[in-house]
Ligand binder design. Structure first.
Ligand code: GTR
Length: 392
């Protein structure tokens, strides 16, 4: 009898441990109809001084990680780069080096980095993009015309393959094989990949370690938003058409846009394993995507968006911009958050890259610019939040 009772207890305990509920009872979380107030502490009081933001940001990071994406693996502090090839590019005044990075336990995780650097004296602000996926017809190397434009403006470009870090599927290869107990989603795993590529880049003399820029498209844009939110070495974060789970909004869903049901049904493995519990309960999310944007402050954030990309919720993305700007405002860096819409659909277009370089010139290099980076295409009358930055 005792042994039966004991074995039942063991089974129950193992079962509970295996389930590890991250979001135990979504139904019991308080509903928050509007975009949650990022200045509100867990104890119900609001922060009032800029000095309190650091601790508040830390709490918000924990909340975002816990409820939405899942934790990033630890920093292995062992990234090594091995040059595989080096050449002068045809017709562009730049050198291209392909470097194999290895990292993690037994250095079993790898990614290839293609680094394009102008042939003049550096160091250069460097744009990191993880969207160059070997063998993919969709996720290709940045177009040579774009590379040329970036290099001519005095920037270096480091492209890597995020899928070598972790597969875009539920398969447990790459980072997931190296850390068998790891259960964060792919967006976290890929963001970790960005951080490891940056570990390598900042060791290079011709990379300006104070001006690291991350840029990515769509699911790659969701990834850079999280990467930039979590890593203060990143000076400028640029999600492009990143939509649901990126710069978009869960609570403000314009017609035709991707919602939590669609994204969790199609890509459950992008998020922490229990994120799907919020289906039907997005008002119980303690955060929304403006919170993730706010974590980037006081560093720079530019979202580049397309008016015709309805699936990516351009209107909801404006709402998260307006809400996150309250935090940038509060910290005295209102112009470090930007949003730029172009006509057209879902792509990482030349004009998006040029907008990024214009914004970087102005906000990272202090160059004079006549361009504004906050022209809002949608009426700003009905904001889905009533709070404002504390007056301090
Ligand atoms: C879509 C997905 C989007 C976006 C896109 C992409 O299928 O619904 O969230 O990430 O893929 O990455 O191109």
């Amino acid at each position: 009898m005792i042994s039966l009772w004991l074995s039942m207890l063991i089974v129950a305990t193992i079962g509970a441990a295996a389930q590890k509920p991250v979001t135990p009872a979504v139904e019991s979380l308080p509903p928050i109809a509007e975009l949650p107030d990022p200045f509100l502490r867990d104890d119900g009081t609001r922060i009032h001084s800029r000095g309190a933001w650091r601790a508040q940001r830390k709490t918000l990071i924990d909340t975002v990680i816990r409820y939405e994406y899942g934790a990033l693996p630890p920093n292995p502090r062992n990234v090594i780069g091995k040059e595989l090839s080096s050449r002068k590019l045809d017709g562009i005044d730049a050198d291209e080096r392909v470097v194999l990075l290895t990292m993690g336990p037994k250095r079993s995780i790898h990614t290839h980095v293609t680094l394009t650097v102008p042939r003049v004296a550096g160091p250069f602000p460097t744009i990191v993009c993880g969207d160059y996926i070997a063998g993919s017809s969709t996720w290709k190397k940045v177009d040579p015309a774009v590379v040329e434009a970036i290099v001519k403006r005095g920037y270096a470009l480091a492209e890597f393959d995020r899928v070598e870090i972790a597969p875009d599927s539920a398969e447990r290869t790459g980072l997931y094989a190296a850390y068998p107990a790891y259960d964060g989603g792919r967006i976290s795993a890929w963001a970790w990949g960005y951080h490891r590529v940056i570990d390598y880049l900042i060791s290079l003399p011709n990379v300006d370690s104070k001006r690291i820029i991350v840029s990515g498209h769509s699911r790659g844009g969701k990834t850079v938003l999280l990467a930039g939110a979590m890593d203060e070495r990143i000076a400028l974060t640029n999600p492009n058409d990143s939509g649901c789970g990126g710069a978009g909004c869960f609570r403000y869903q314009a017609a035709g846009s991707e919602d939590i049901v669609a994204i969790v049904n199609n890509f459950p493995y992008w998020f922490q394993p229990e994120f799907g519990r919020f289906i039907g309960y997005v008002d119980r999310l303690p955060i929304d995507q403006h919170t993730v944007k706010a974590l980037v402050a006081p560093r720079a954030l530019l979202s580049t968006e397309a008016l015709g990309d309805l699936w990516a919720n351009p209107e909801g993305t404006q709402q998260t911009f307006v809400a996150a700007r309250e935090v940038f405002n509060f910290l005295g860096v209102r112009d470090r958050i930007g949003i730029v819409y172009r006509p057209g659909g879902h792509e990482h277009a030349m004009t998006d890259w040029l907008t990024l370089v214009d914004f970087a010139d102005a906000r990272l290099l202090g160059k004079k610019s006549a361009r504004s980076f906050d022209e809002l295409p949608f009426p700003d009358a009905h904001r889905p939040f009533s709070w404002r930055a504390p007056s301090g």
